[in-house]
Write a protein that binds this ligand. Structure first.
Ligand SMILES: Cc1cc2nc3c(=O)[nH]c(=O)nc-3n(C[C@H](O)[C@H](O)[C@H](O)COP(=O)(O)O)c2cc1C
Length: 173
């Protein structure tokens, strides 16, 4: 099955990209995409009216569309997912509202704080579910800087939690 993974961030040093990359390593294989690989402006209804959907928007939408399995890690800005994530979702939703339909999702978040970006995780799950995605497992990693070093989760309990959720996800898809 076609599997993709991404962080809801355009940070070149995204901690959520680091987490999702580790999750892919545990899962097996996935195409890891990066918002920086696309040139997409903030969603603007006037741009849509004047120019329609750019090739870059269609390329991003098509990458999501072609996947059956999606691993996402939601970055948190001010107790929600990032503006860039919302903008990408807004563009895709204008092409087809249910663009996550029938996709199986592993949803994650992390932040430097003790709540691990759970606000963005909850908001992200709500949005993706509206678009038709089915979230089968979720995981939040608190205190990224303490618990994630050299590409891995160093806290044994949290690492075990992620590994068992990945296994459960694999059993369900
Ligand atoms: C504008 C802004 C708002 C933030 N708000 C929160 C927040 O509400 N909760 C939180 O845990 N971290 C917050 N952070 C810290 C981010 O979680 C941190 O920058 C993290 O690295 C973002 O994820 P990323 O590296 O994947 O982009 C905020 C950071 C920025 C720049």
């Amino acid at each position: 099955m076609n599997t993709i993974a991404f962080a809801g961030s355009n940070s070149k040093t995204s901690i959520n990209k680091q987490l999702v990359t580790y999750a892919v390593h545990l899962y097996g294989e996935a195409y890891i995409l990066d918002f920086n690989d696309y040139s997409i402006p903030t969603y603007d209804i006037d741009i849509e009216k004047e120019d329609g959907f750019s090739d870059e928007v269609i390329r991003f939408y098509q990458t999501i569309k072609d996947a059956q399995i999606v691993l996402i890690s939601f970055s948190e800005h001010n107790a929600c997912f990032t503006a860039v994530f919302k903008s990408y979702m807004d563009w895709c939703s204008r092409i087809e509202y249910q663009f996550f339909k029938d996709k199986k999702i592993f949803a994650m978040s992390t932040s430097p704080g003790g709540y691990g970006g759970r606000n963005s995780l909850e908001a992200g799950i709500k949005l993706i579910t509206k678009f038709g995605g089915e979230v089968l497992e979720e995981f939040a990693l608190p205190k990224f800087n303490e618990n994630f070093i050299d590409g891995k989760i160093t806290n044994i309990e949290l690492d075990h939690e992620l590994k068992s959720k990945i296994q459960s996800f694999k059993n369900k898809v």
